[in-house]
Design a protein. Structure first.
Length: 74
């Protein structure tokens, strides 16, 4: 394996993350969801529940209104 068991962090936009998710190369994710609608752009998903067949999920709200979605492989 290229990473030799080490952590690899993904950077980029929605299209990049979707490619890695679709290729089943993601073991854990931390997504911060802010209650702001920016208008246009790509959506990571329609609902985070579409990932629950492959990932466990823990949703952690914060006082600022941001919700931290923590996913890890089943």
């Amino acid at each position: 394996m290229a990473a030799d068991g080490k952590d690899v962090r993904l950077g980029g936009g929605v299209a990049t993350l979707r490619e890695f998710l679709d290729a089943d190369l993601v073991d854990t994710m931390h997504i911060a969801v802010a209650p702001v609608e920016l208008g246009r752009g790509e959506r990571l998903w329609k609902s985070h529940s579409e990932l629950l067949d492959r990932f466990h999920l823990d949703a952690v709200p914060s006082p600022s209104g941001v919700t931290h979605l923590l996913f890890w492989r089943r």
